[in-house]
Design a protein around this ligand. Structure first.
Ligand SMILES: Nc1nc(=O)c2c([nH]1)NC[C@@H]1CN(c3ccc(C(=O)N[C@@H](CCC(=O)O)C(=O)O)cc3)C=[N+]21
Length: 336
């Protein structure tokens, strides 16, 4: 029965001025929150809801247009993690009725072969989305390969034209990259409003840090982007109402860095040894979950947080692409 009261206290505290958050004060007040556990933000459940919504829209699309949306995935090389992710994407496509095809290449494939494959897919009207699984073997030019995908089929949102659209349009852009879009969706669906909040993003990668910062800003947050050269990271994070961690360092963000009641989104996927497990390893995020859960208002776990949302957003972008393609064809027909 105490939980809601404690949570309200945590939220009220989270809006206290930063000056009152000196460590001594924090630790004496923290006792109030020790028994308080953050709301887990269940990415598996939220992603499942989204997949169900997409499935209905996919079948409505098929009724209207006589075909299912199509996704083509290029998998180059034999990285185990990439193989797992691609399998998960195929399974998710099957579940919602998106037709998926995987194009496999050896890690010694030459660039020309990949560019030819992408060119064929660009011209294949049954393909709405093209995804080149990253990272690529080092002899391949990643920028060139991504830019060679038609920007109208770039469901990953990594083509320079789509990256620019996120800067200009925020969430209204053509294709918003899947992981950043998944983060925003998780924050919103966990009941946290973004407007006016101080959001601190850890990491400035092109795939997560930069786009998620732009999206948060477009939602009217005040955004601080931090990175490996940031000075006194803990004190900046302490002033955040929303933290997005995407730095790739296991358990890096500690409990005493977090403002009580803050929403914490953990994008990290780090493999650490775990001899107690059959496989010998486990996945952990960039956030020290066991510490932060006692302070945050809401927190995403790893696994089961952002990961499943990334895939749900890929399905959503593929459906969006199919709908846009049909619209373009109809327009072209009317123009004749
Ligand atoms: N062109 C491209 N687009 C991507 O979107 C892309 C990529 N390359 N390269 C690799 C990263 C990583 N990524 C993930 C997707 C799903 C989970 C996911 O669902 N993970 C599960 C756990 C999976 C497990 O147990 O191994 C979870 O977090 O619950 C994680 C990571 C997409 N990526």
């Amino acid at each position: 029965m105490l939980r809601p009261l404690v949570r309200r206290a945590a939220r009220a505290f989270s809006t206290a001025p930063a000056a009152s958050l000196r460590p001594a004060f924090l630790s004496s007040r923290l006792n109030v929150f020790v028994s308080h556990e953050a709301d887990p933000i269940n990415g598996n459940v939220i992603a499942k809801e989204i997949r169900q919504e997409i499935r209905q829209d996919v079948f409505a699309f098929q009724q209207r247009c006589g075909r299912f949306p199509g996704l083509a995935v290029l998998l180059i090389g034999e990285r185990k993690d990439s193989q797992t992710y691609v399998r998960m994407k195929q399974k998710a496509c099957d579940e919602v009725g998106i037709t998926s095809s995987t194009h496999l290449f050896s890690d010694r494939v030459d660039e020309e072969t990949i560019l030819d494959c992408i060119n064929d897919l660009n011209h294949d009207s049954s393909v709405d989305g093209i995804l080149v699984q990253l990272p690529l073997p080092s002899h391949l030019n990643e920028k060139l390969i991504i830019a060679s995908c038609s920007k109208t089929k770039d469901v990953d949102g990594l083509h320079p034209a789509n990256v620019g659209q996120v800067l200009l349009e925020g969430s209204n852009a053509g294709f918003v990259p899947c992981t950043p879009r998944g983060c925003i969706e998780l924050i919103k669906r966990s009941g946290c409003s973004i407007e006016g909040k101080h959001a601190v993003v850890l990491g400035r990668s092109n795939i997560v840090g930069k786009p998620v910062s732009l999206l948060l800003q477009a939602e009217n947050a005040t955004v601080t982007m931090c990175h490996s050269r940031t000075i006194d990271l803990p004190s900046i994070v302490r002033s955040a109402d929303i933290v997005v961690a995407a730095i790739g360092k296991p358990n890096f963000v500690k409990g005493d860095w977090i403002k009580p009641g803050a929403t914490v989104i953990d994008v990290g996927i780090n493999v650490v040894d775990d001899p107690t497990r059959k496989c010998g390893y486990r996945l952990v995020g960039d956030v020290d979950f066991n510490e932060v859960r006692n302070v945050a208002g809401a927190l995403t776990p790893v696994p089961g947080g952002v990961g499943p949302m990334t895939i749900a957003m890929l399905l959503s972008n593929t459906l969006k692409s199919a709908e846009a393609s049909v619209k373009r064809q109809t327009k072209a027909k009317h123009a004749c």
